[in-house]
Design a protein around this ligand. Structure first.
Ligand code: 5GP
Length: 332
């Protein structure tokens, strides 16, 4: 544990709303329900019963039959992080989980989140609330990646990218753009001009790619042609895609537990990370969403060290090198 804790490493793929400690969500839920009862309000995106059931599911550790079950966990969380105050509290708790303490989980964190418009804030106010917390830390330690969702239309997408570029030009700690959300939704061509705009503004680009068996080779090749700096998951790359990835040295953000629990990878022994380790290709070990996947960055690194079938059985030297690779793949 001491070896893993003291190992220099970066967390590069953590979704804010999937990384909130359950204790904080429970507190937010109690306050939310109490204020709704006091105001007699019935207007909400989610019923009180669904909210309570959703939080209980997260507390128990959700059972996922397939990756799509995972996305249904978010409406309950979103109901609780829909004001700037609540969002800031949640962000503070996530930052603290990764970065605080004598021997923190990582030396560097890139936190990502999708700007949401609610009745209490617009998308820019959403990002400003998160940034206010992020910027309480040393800028060398943490940066914000703005996520766009595959379900977004041109108008919202344009708005998110415009705000991300503007904030960066104002010297705020926005470092990248991410494509995430339901892997089966949307047409990736929609995103091409926005990716180009973000890159022009100096933002790093990372895309969730080939996450499920349903993502076509054609879609994957299109996404690769937009020249992302890093790739999220990249589970179902065919030979042609692997060749491009190896050739361009695109770092792969690897989320072992997430892949196993979403059943996109069946065993650690068959995980695609092994093929990249063999090729000495850059990878970065990440958590994805520590709340539903009940993991931590240390637990993900522990899977590297543990002997098969519980882990990959790598040596300390190999694991040290993976920490270095994650630091090397940071966005500037
Ligand atoms: P947020 O962006 O709201 O802070 O974090 C939660 C959101 O991140 C989810 O609603 C989902 O759109 C996205 N997300 C989290 N984990 C994954 C993942 O493993 N794959 C994909 N494609 N999207 C994810």
């Amino acid at each position: 544990i001491l070896f893993l804790r003291s190992l220099p490493k970066a967390e590069l793929h953590a979704h804010l709303n999937g990384s909130i400690p359950i204790s904080v969500l429970q507190e937010l839920a109690s306050e939310y329900l109490a204020s709704r009862a006091a105001s007699g309000s019935s207007s909400s995106s989610i019923s009180d019963e669904s909210l309570v059931a959703g939080i209980e599911k997260l507390k128990q550790g959700p059972v996922l039959e397939e990756i799509m079950d995972f996305f249904s966990l978010f409406p309950a969380i979103y109901a609780l992080t829909s004001t700037p105050e609540a969002l800031k509290r949640a962000t503070r708790a996530v930052l603290s989980t990764f970065l605080d303490g004598d021997l923190p989980e990582c030396n560097h964190l890139e936190l990502r989140t999708t700007p949401r418009q609610t009745t209490a804030m617009d998308r820019e106010q959403y990002l400003l609330a998160v940034l206010e917390e992020v910027e309480l830390y040393d800028p060398d330690k943490v940066g914000l990646i703005v996520s766009v969702d595959r379900r977004m239309g041109d108008d919202v997408l344009g708005e998110c990218v415009r705000i991300a570029c503007k904030l960066r030009s104002e010297g705020r700690r926005v470092i990248g753009l991410d494509l995430c959300g339901d892997p089966t939704a949307g047409q990736v061509e929609t995103f091409a001009p926005y990716f180009a705009e973000a890159k022009k503004a100096g933002l790093g680009l990372t895309v969730h790619i080939a996450e499920t068996i349903h993502n076509s080779s054609e879609e994957t090749m299109k996404l690769l042609s937009y020249n992302p700096d890093r790739l999220g998951h990249a589970t179902f790359l065919d030979e042609e895609a692997v060749e491009v990835v190896l050739d361009k040295r695109m770092c792969i953000e690897i989320c072992l537990t997430s892949n196993l629990l979403c059943k996109t990878v069946s065993t650690l022994e068959s995980h695609h990370i092994l093929q990249y380790l063999k090729a000495d290709h850059p990878v970065s070990i990440c958590t994805d969403d520590i709340l539903p996947f009940r993991t931590s960055l240390l637990a993900e690194y522990a899977l590297l060290l543990a002997k098969p079938p519980y882990g990959l059985g790598l040596s300390q030297d190999q694991v040290r090198k993976m920490g270095e690779m994650s630091l090397h793949a940071r966005f500037k």
